[in-house]
Design a binder for this molecule. Sequence first.
Ligand code: DHB
Ligand code: FE
Length: 289
Amino acid sequence: MSEVVWGLGTSHVPSIGAAIDRGLDADPRWEPLFEGYRPARQWLAERTPDVAILVYNDHANGVDLDIVPTFAIGAAERYQVADEGFGRRPVPDIEGDPDLSFHLLQSLVDDGFDMTVFSELDVDHGFTVPLSVWTPEPGESWPCRVIPILVNVIRYPQPTAARCYALGKALGRAIASYDGAKTVGVLGTGGMSHQLAGARAGFVNPAFDRMFLDAIENDPEKLAALSREDYIREAGSEGIELIMWLIMRGALNERIRKVHSAYHVPASNTAAGLALFDNRPADRADQTS
Ligand code: DHB
Ligand code: FE
């Protein structure tokens, strides 16, 4: 038996990673965003799980745009940081957990989710920025092993929010049936509202984002019922990345406790959000291990 101990939803805006790499935390333009992260980082630093599962999307950096699986899982020993055109971020490579990857793969396939498998994968800002939001100064290595789950949000048609939520529930069952790890953190990443190109470039929708931050905790079914067109209309063409938070939420219990949330506009041209949830029952929620 393994247990999901926490879930973290966070944006992956590349300029947040660049600001961390350049030590701009105290810069007046960035300080309000990083101030919002502080309580979550402190809580997480005391609750490092045995392994984390990070649900993210590649942006045609590690995966060829000609072949984009709808859902995929990494099964490698290590994942290199992708070079997105201006050199690799100065952060450690990621240590994977192939045993758990193969367990999740088998369990998800048996549960009706025919995942593509990556035995080799370079991970881009969609992966490394959430790791930096969690752990800004990793030193030589990240706090624990991490397994990537990839979701297509960049080519049409993206999976529905309902399908993502169902995948999260199957992921929760798969984790629970694994004997090799004890504690697991799950990250759902991307968003919040943003659109990078076209007539609505720069679009953000704080009313939708705030609704989403509340509903991801209290009413995920409402978010799962939205169509991909709803996400694109309300959150922008890249705001549909938010469907990945529903995979994280589906892996958690019905009732969870919000530890901290933060919302800041803008980071780059993007609305940045964070939501951290304790998944343990109330009688154990204050324990650090
Ligand atoms: C930007 C890129 C992203 O992939 C994203 O999700 C948000 C913002 C950007 O370049 O600003
Ligand atoms: Fe993105």
